[in-house]
Ligand binder design. Structure first.
Ligand code: FES
Length: 99
């Protein structure tokens, strides 16, 4: 279990090992776009993982390819639907789609 802090609201939610960051965000009642429902094809669930990146699964090929096509991607970028909680560290992330 990890505690996920969601910026900019600062809301926190507990996330079980193996759950996606998208599920954690939606479970906290925070809003985030997720147009393809977790298939790594839309890119609308783009977030920044600010802290605890070692507590999140590694980027896979599909996620990497989609991130390559998104404007504004940086070293902290992840697709919330593809990044899963490892349960080893607490995580702070920033939701970008509702700025
Ligand atoms: S919901 Fe579409 S890429 Fe994550």
């Amino acid at each position: 279990m990890s505690t996920v802090t969601i910026m900019p609201s600062g809301r926190t939610v507990d996330a079980a090992e193996g759950s996606t960051l998208l599920a954690a965000i939606l479970g906290s009642d925070e809003k985030i776009q997720h147009n393809c429902d977790g298939k790594a094809t839309c890119g609308t669930c783009h977030i920044f993982v600010l802290e605890g990146r070692k507590g999140v699964s590694k980027i896979g090929r599909e996620e990497n390819e989609k991130l390559d096509s998104i404007v504004g991607v940086g070293s902290k970028s992840r697709l919330a639907c593809q990044a899963t909680v490892l349960g080893t560290e607490d995580i702070t992330l920033e939701v970008l789609s509702f700025r």
